[in-house]
Design a protein around this ligand. Structure first.
Ligand SMILES: Cc1cc2nc3c(=O)[nH]c(=O)nc-3n(C[C@H](O)[C@H](O)[C@H](O)COP(=O)(O)OP(=O)(O)OC[C@H]3O[C@@H](n4cnc5c(N)ncnc54)[C@H](O)[C@@H]3O)c2cc1C
Length: 450
C-alpha cells in the first residue's frame, strides 16, 4: 500500500502534521519508536508548553489550541497563564500523562491515520532527490513503507540524514549542543514553606516583578546560595548554578528541570547510554540535595522519572532557507511565514553551568519562513519541529513545544497541498499554504495578529 504522507516521529510536531494532513483527506502513516505519541512532552515529561502568546496576542492557535482545550476537558492543564519568571508571556502547565491520552484520542478520530508504534525508522531510499520508501524495525523484524511525500518529525532529523541531507550540529565554536536533561516529578513538597522562603529571599530568585500569585502557580529558577553551599559540601556536582522547577497540577508536585548532561550527543547510542547513566546518578543526587537543603522539600519523594533524557538539540538540517539569530532578535516578519514564535533565545550552556536568555522585550515575536522546513536537494521531503534549518542560537528559541506544534501543522498542510498541486516542496505556492493555515485557524505570520 502507498501512503500519501509518511511522518517519522509522533512528537508534538509529528502529531500536528499527521492531523493536519489527514483532516484535509491525505492517507497518513505516522511512525513512532516509543509506545505512545507526544515525544518530549510525554516520554520526556517536558512541561509546561511554551509559548502560545506574545504579550496578550495568541500567536499559536489551530490544532495546538485544540490539544489544550481537550486537556482542559480532562483536567490535565491549567490553560495559558502568565509566565511567573517573565521569560516569556504565557506558559501552559500540563500533565504529560493526560497529553498522551489526548494525542491517542485525536489521532484515533482520524481513520486515515495509521499510527505505527514500537517502530524505529532506520533506513530510507532516495532516487534522484525523491524519497521512495522508509524502513522501520520492530519486534517482528523490518518493514518498508512507500509514500508520495515524507515528513521528518523525529526532532533529530533522522530521516533527512538517512536521505543524505546535510546538517549542522552544535555551536560553531566547538560543536557542542545544548545539554540533555532528565526531567523527574517530585511529590510531597510543602509549597507554603517554599513560597515563604522566596518572599524572604527574593534576591535568590529570578521572578517577574509583576508576578505576585505564587500561591496560584509556582515556577522556581534560583536558590543560588543554597546550590553554592551544597556545592561547597560536595553535595551538588551537577553543572548548574540553580534549581529550575515547575509546579505540577496536583498538590505537592513539581517537575524538576535541573539535571544537566553536557558534551554528549543526542544522536549517538553510545553517548546516550552514558547520558542515561549520568542522568540516573543526577536524579539520586538531586533528591538527596532537595531533602537535605531546600526549605519545603524535607519530606519530598520521587514520584516519576521521564522515560528518557530530553535532547534539546541535535541535527539542524540544511534547508533552502535558514533561521538566524538576526531573524529572532530583530523580530523579522517574512512573506513566507508559516508559524510565529515568541520564545526568547534560551541557551543552556553546552559545556558548563550557565543559562542565557536573550530577547529585546517580553512581547516580541517573529515569523518562521516555510523554507526552513524544506531540505536542500530533495523533492518530496519536509522536516519540521526541532530539526528545522536554523543556527544554534536561533534554534534555542524556535525549538520550543508550541512552536513545534505550529510548524507541524504547517508541514502536514504543505504535504497535502504539494500532493494536490503535484509539485515538489521547493515549488509549493506558499501564499496558498498561508491561506489554508488561516482557514484552519492557525497563525502563519505576524501580519495575522493585527
Ligand atoms: C530537557 C528539555 C526541556 C525542555 N523544556 C521545555 C519547556 O519547558 N517548554 C517547552 O515548550 N519546550 C521545552 N523543550 C523543548 C521541546 O520539548 C522540544 O523541542 C519539542 O518537543 C520538539 O518537538 P518535536 O516534535 O520536534 O520533537 P520531539 O518532541 O523530540 O518528538 C520526536 C518524536 O520522534 C520520535 N523519533 C525520533 N527518532 C525516531 C526514529 N528514528 N524512529 C521513530 N521515531 C523516532 C521520538 O520518539 C519522538 O516521539 C524542552 C526540551 C528538553 C529536551
Amino acid at each position: 500500500m502507498k501512503y500519501d504522507v509518511i511522518i517519522a516521529g509522533a512528537g508534538p510536531s509529528g502529531c500536528m502534521a499527521a492531523l493536519a494532513a489527514a483532516r484535509l483527506g491525505a492517507k497518513v502513516l505516522l511512525i513512532e519508536k516509543n509506545a505512545y505519541p507526544g515525544g518530549s512532552n510525554t516520554a520526556g515529561m517536558v512541561c509546561p508548553l511554551m509559548t502560545f502568546h506574545s504579550g496578550n496576542k495568541q500567536i499559536v492557535r489551530g490544532i495546538a489550541q485544540e490539544v489544550i482545550d481537550r486537556l482542559a476537558e480532562k483536567g490535565a492543564t491549567l490553560g495559558h497563564i502568565p509566565d511567573p519568571l517573565g521569560v516569556t508571556s504565557t506558559i501552559t502547565p500540563i500533565e504529560p500523562s493526560g497529553l498522551r491520552l489526548v494525542y491517542f484520542e485525536m489521532l484515533a478520530q482520524q481513520p486515515n491515520i495509521t499510527l505505527l508504534l514500537h517502530s524505529f525508522l532506520y533506513d530510507a531510499e532516495m532516487v534522484s532527490g525523491t524519497v521512495t520508501r522508509v524502513t522501520v524495525v520492530g519486534k517482528d523484524g523490518t518493514a518498508s513503507y512507500r509514500a508520495k511525500t515524507f515528513i521528518d518529525a523525529t526532532g533529530d532529523g533522522d530521516l533527512a540524514a538517512l536521505c543524505h541531507v546535510g546538517f549542522d550540529k552544535g555551536r560553531t565554536s566547538d560543536g557542542y549542543t545544548q545539554p540533555m536533561s532528565m526531567i523527574f516529578k517530585v511529590g510531597g513538597i510543602d509549597f507554603a514553606t517554599v513560597i515563604a522562603y522566596i518572599r524572604q529571599n527574593p534576591e535568590q530568585f529570578i521572578l517577574h516583578k509583576g508576578y505576585t500569585q505564587l500561591e496560584k502557580y509556582l515556577v522556581v529558577s534560583g536558590f543560588f546560595d543554597i546550590v553554592k553551599l551544597a556545592k561547597a559540601h560536595g553535595d551538588f556536582n551537577i553543572p548548574r548554578d540553580r534549581i529550575l522547577f515547575f509546579q505540577g497540577l496536583h498538590p505537592g508536585e513539581a517537575f524538576i528541570n535541573t539535571s544537566r548532561i553536557i558534551k554528549l550527543s543526542g544522536i549517538s547510542a553510545q553517548d546516550q547510554s552514558i547520558a542515561e547513566k549520568e542522568a540516573a546518578w543526577q536524579v539520586e543526587e538531586l533528591m538527596s540535595f532537595f531533602q537535605k537543603y531546600v526549605p519545603g522539600f524535607e519530606s519530598c519523594y520521587l514520584a516519576a522519572i521521564a522515560d528518557m533524557s530530553g535532547v534539546r538539540e541535535s541535527r539542524r538540517i540544511h534547508g533552502i532557507c535558514t533561521l538566524t539569530v538576526g531573524d529572532v532578535y530583530e523580530e523579522r516578519a517574512s512573506d513566507e511565514g508559516v508559524a510565529v514564535c515568541a520564545f526568547p533565545i534560551d541557551i543552556h550552556d553546552p559545556a558548563g553551568a550557565d543559562l542565557q536568555w536573550m530577547r529585546r522585550k517580553q512581547d516580541f515575536c517573529y515569523d518562521i519562513p516555510y523554507g526552513v522546513m524544506v531540505p536542500r536537494k530533495t523533492d518530496n521531503l519536509l522536516v519540521t519541529g526541532r530539526c528545522i534549518s536554523a543556527t544554534h542560537e536561533a534554534l534555542a528559541s524556535a525549538r520550543i513545544s508550541a512552536t513545534a506544534m505550529a510548524l507541524g501543522q504547517a508541514a502536514g498542510t504543505a504535504a497535502y497541498l504539494a500532493l494536490i498541486q503535484k509539485v515538489g516542496f521547493e515549488r509549493l505556492d506558499v501564499a496558498l499554504l498561508q491561506q489554508e493555515l488561516r482557514r484552519q485557524g492557525a497563525i502563519p505570520t505576524k501580519v495575522d495578529l493585527r
